[in-house]
Design a binder for this molecule. Structure first.
Ligand code: NAD
Ligand code: DAU
Length: 349
């Protein structure tokens, strides 16, 4: 029996993780703590909200009193921490918000875990979910390994780097049993359509322009979200405490090539003539401080824990586009903001 606190479980990756844990481990209690920012959507979890081993608590991770109450009330023995402001462009507009949620929020959770577990750390885990962006930007060659020095460039990646350092500091100073993973770009169902792939799908469906930053030459390493949460499950159960694991798709795409792939897939699935939506491509001013290339070396995760991605990219993209086409109502609610009323209808705590 475990009582696991998942933070940020109403977001994109968090909702996939919560679903996996609730369905796979019926003997675990999964407590989802999320403050439901614009990126948190309980409709993502409709299919499991009535399960006996699932509880939702609306809470800002920066609220010290409430975080501690949740640890006590649910006798939390482990944390898988995903709650964060996660969009680089928003961090350029409001860096303070990112410092509050991503740095202070993580610190408040670490402190609650340390105090509530009262230096008796056996059978406890604090797992921090982080990003490859902490490593900075690559040139044409090379990969990020777990030894790559941190070199963040955006307020988002700086806040995630800082939170990673605090997590390690709690391990080195107090002996808190921690795990960290740093993952590359995720794609899949339930992703908020301000991130590149769902934004493109939505705009192609609606014949809206497709903004490509700069010349579209930046490179990202894409991983299907279900494979990310399979990796988190594996690391949580089998990872060596105190260690970091890189997670990635070994699947690098130049943005402009990815845009063309998505256009081709959506046009085909909508029965449009091939290339119909190419005219929507619009080159726009580049993102400030735009990292050139991310690419993950996840040999450690593969060799030590036996993880492999389950899908080829073309299959993953096909599934993802089909999901958005079949879930236009979800997309419409997210874009109109209607999803935010869902909490009020369902939850009272
Ligand atoms: P998301 O923006 O979709 O979801 C974030 C969730 O956290 C939302 O439900 C939001 O309501 C919640 N949240 C934000 N601030 C909060 C606060 N102060 N208190 C409580 N809840 C709060 O993000 P995502 O893409 O699912 O990313 C989840 C985690 O994974 C983040 O930590 C992110 O840095 C990391 N990550 C994301 C990717 C990616 O490609 N999306 C890749 C690697 C790592
Ligand atoms: O690498 C992991 C990170 O991936 C995560 O830590 C972040 O939470 C997640 O948001 C993602 O960050 P990116 O900035 O790489 O993702 P985004 O989808 O915003 O952009 C992907 C690439 O596409 C990037 O090079 C910027 C570019 N882009 C993005 C948008 C939204 C465009 O060209 N046009 C756009 O409209």
């Amino acid at each position: 029996m475990r009582n696991i606190l998942v933070t940020g479980g109403a977001g994109f990756i968090g909702s996939h993780l919560v679903r996996l844990l609730v369905n796979k481990y019926t003997n675990y209690n999964i407590i989802n703590m999320d403050m439901l920012t614009y990126a948190g959507n309980l409709e993502n979890l409709k299919d499991i909200e009535d399960k006996k081993n699932y509880t939702f608590v609306k809470c800002n991770i920066c609220d010290v009193g409430k975080v501690n109450q949740v640890f006590e009330k649910y006798q939390i023995d482990s944390v898988i921490h995903l709650a964060a402001e996660s969009h680089v462009d928003r961090s350029i507009v409001d860096p303070l918000l990112f410092a509050k949620s991503n740095i202070m929020g993580t610190l408040i959770l670490l402190q609650a875990a340390k105090e509530q577990w009262n230096a008796n750390f056996s059978n406890h885990i604090f797992y921090h979910v982080s990003t490859d962006e902490v490593y900075g930007s690559l040139g044409d060659e090379g990969f990020f390994t777990e030894q790559t020095p941190y070199d963040p460039h955006s307020p988002y990646s700086a806040s995630k780097a800082s939170s990673d350092h605090f997590v390690r500091a709690f391990h080195d100073t107090y002996g808190l049993p921690i795990l960290i993973s740093n993952c590359s770009n995720n794609y899949g169902s339930f992703q908020f359509p301000e991130k590149l792939i769902p934004l493109l799908i939505n705009n192609i469906i609606n014949n809206k322009s497709l903004p490509v930053y700069g010349k579209g030459e930046n490179i990202r390493d894409w991983l299907f979200v279900n494979d990310h949460v399979r990796a988190i499950d594996l690391i949580f159960h089998k990872g060596k405490l105190g260690e970091t694991y890189n997670i990635g798709g070994s699947n690098e795409w130049k943005n402009i090539d990815l845009v063309k792939l998505i256009i081709k897939t959506v046009d085909r699935l909508l029965g449009r003539e091939e290339g119909t939506s190419n005219k929507l491509i619009t080159y726009v001013t580049d993102r400030a401080g735009h990292d050139k290339r991310y690419a993950i070396d996840c040999t450690k995760l593969k060799d030590e824990l036996g993880w492999e991605p389950s899908l080829q990219f073309d299959e993953g993209i096909e599934k993802t586009v089909i999901w958005y086409l079949n879930n236009k109502e979800w997309l419409k609610n997210v874009i109109s903001g209607d999803y935010q009323a869902y909490y009020g209808k369902i939850y009272k705590n």
